[in-house]
Design a binder for this molecule. Structure first.
Ligand code: NAD
Length: 495
């Protein structure tokens, strides 16, 4: 089978916005200091869609200096309500350009346009609007200590923030970092993933149009080992907020130790979606399929392990297999497409290698797991049955459309398997027994638990995990705490 691709969608407006991309430093679009560029590919066609200026240490120095000036200058001292107004104006501009930005994201990341319009884009705008509302509501408190003193706290912006973003949700995860940091009065140097810099650069242009003062938001695309490490090691960066792989996250913690930067890390997952025999199997299997195949499985909280009670195991495997076969794979620009390509040739090879590993380990591939077509990085959604908890496909994050279906016999075994990886990001449980689902929610090692549903996120609720899934939480009030430091003030009332 080959994938039919409509090249007319490569034409403007998406391509017009994608061309000749420069760094954003101190409110101006500038070439990189080295003059080097790198290419961005469309993962659906393998064609080059943009040449992007490639930052290095010199550009990072310039961007951090600009961010420091903007922090000490206009942004921190501006009335908080005014900061909120600028962020709201930015949100309005994003909405005005929604079709263009969504098309750009779909083109650059190979994401089905329908999903970008339904999920990524609205979530990014919701995040920005939510934190715009926070800007003038960040406060301290008066705390009673002694009769002869007035003692209170204030929350102050942490300073210059380095935001390092992955390629799986470039726009949405980027905004999870930008919006709260800016609302708190911090300034930012953002490094998008080298595979997906375009939506970041476009929304950066719109931020300037909204009135963000020069230097408040700087964007330096380029390799993680160069731009990312330069930011992490920079003595004038106060905080790193990172989403990506656990390996890079470990290096960031070490690098940040130099000047004790604050660090928050959103890392990987191997989330369990647990289906008991009394569950609504229709709803559970539908959500289990969406939970692993959405965004071609390139989701940190993907339900990549489906744990199924012995009594309904064969039934669930059959239903999941049928659902996987029924998914429409194709051109991400086509609104009917559910499954687009994975992000890169490298990622495709990693996923196909895991399919081979699963077969060597003795799991049964009931469907999928093959490259589709010979152009673009499409993989048919794969279901593995007969997976044992110890197998690599059950323990390691694959980050692709591959699900491992694992059998359990009782609640204790389900919990042991669910908690039995290095990750603790999310978990799902399906049962009509309220005691059982509550026991599971209580004992699951996960930052989020979904009961009789799977995959929802909302910026009003904390998001993150522990162990190899990360450190700290994003979203809600947690993000306000991430980007501010509390200060205690003592005033002697007798002088
Ligand atoms: P990655 O760690 O390779 O890259 C993430 C970002 O870090 C990119 O911008 C990259 O250029 C940069 N980077 C790479 N090396 C660096 C270094 N040495 N120093 C500083 N920065 C560096 O991850 P990825 O492949 O882009 O994303 C996939 C991973 O992200 C998966 O493990 C996935 O689970 C995780 N993820 C987690 C969440 C979450 O919320 N927990 C969300 C999305 C993705």
């Amino acid at each position: 089978m080959s994938i039919a691709y409509d090249h007319s969608r490569d034409a403007p407006p998406a391509m017009a916005a994608a061309k000749d991309k420069l760094l954003l430093i101190d409110g101006r679009h500038v070439p990189s200091a080295s003059g080097r560029t790198f290419k961005s590919l469309n993962p659906a066609t393998e064609q080059i869609i943009a040449e992007i200026a490639e930052g290095d240490e010199t550009d990072v120095d310039r961007a951090v200096a600009a961010a420091r000036r903007a922090f000490e200058g206009p942004w921190r001292t501006m009335r908080a309500a005014e900061r909120g107004h600028i962020l709201l104006k930015w949100a309005e501009l994003l909405k005005k350009h929604s079709d263009e930005i969504a098309a750009l994201e779909s083109l650059d990341a190979g994401k089905p346009i329908a999903a970008v319009l339904r999920q990524d884009f609205p979530a990014a705008v919701d995040t920005l609007t939510y934190y715009a509302g926070w800007a003038d509501k960040i406060s301290g408190e008066v705390v009673s200590t002694r009769d002869d003193a007035l003692t209170y706290t204030v929350r102050e912006p942490i300073g210059v923030v380095a935001a390092i973003v992955p390629w799986n949700f470039p726009l949405m995860i980027g905004m999870w970092k930008l919006a709260p940091a800016l609302a708190c009065g911090c300034t930012i140097v953002m490094k998008p993933a080298e595979l997906t810099s375009l939506s970041a650069l476009r929304i950066g242009e719109l931020a300037l149009e909204a009135g963000l003062p020069p230097g408040v938001l700087n964007i330096v695309p380029g390799p993680g080992r160069v731009v990312g490490e330069a930011l992490v090691n920079h003595p004038d960066v106060d905080k790193v907020t990172f989403t990506g792989s656990p390996g890079v996250g470990r290096g960031i913690m070490k690098g940040a130790a130099g000047n004790f930067k604050r660090v928050s890390l959103e890392l990987g997952g191997k989330s369990a979606n647990v289906i008991f025999d009394d569950a609504d199997l229709d709803a559970a299997t539908k959500a289990a399929a969406a939970g692993i195949f959405f965004n071609a499985g390139q989701v940190c909280s993907a339900g990549s392990r489906v744990l199924v009670h012995d009594k309904v195991y064969d039934d669930v495997v059959e239903r999941l297999t049928a659902r996987a076969r029924g998914l429409r794979i194709g051109d991400p620009g086509d609104r009917a497409t559910v499954l687009g390509p994975v992000i890169s040739e490298k990622q495709m090879k990693i996923i196909l290698d895991y399919v081979a590993i699963g077969q060597q380990e003795g799991a049964l591939l009931t469907t999928g797991g093959e490259r589709v077509g010979d152009r673009g990085y499409f993989i048919s959604p794969a279901v593995f049955a007969g997976v044992k908890h110890e197998m690599r496909i059950s323990q390691e994050e694959i980050f692709g459309p591959v699900v491992s279906v694992i059998r359990f016999r009782d609640e204790a075994e389900a919990l042991r398997i669910a908690n039995g990886t290095a990750y603790s990001l999310a978990a799902g449980v399906w049962s009509r027994d309220i005691g059982r689902v509550q026991r599971f929610a209580k004992k699951a090692r996960a930052g989020t638990v979904w009961i009789n549903t799977y995959g929802y996120t909302d910026v009003r609720l904390p998001w993150g995990g522990e162990r190899d899934s990360g450190l700290g939480r994003e979203h809600g009030t947690a993000a306000i705490e991430n980007f501010t430091e509390p200060k205690a003030v003592w005033m002697n009332l007798n002088v």
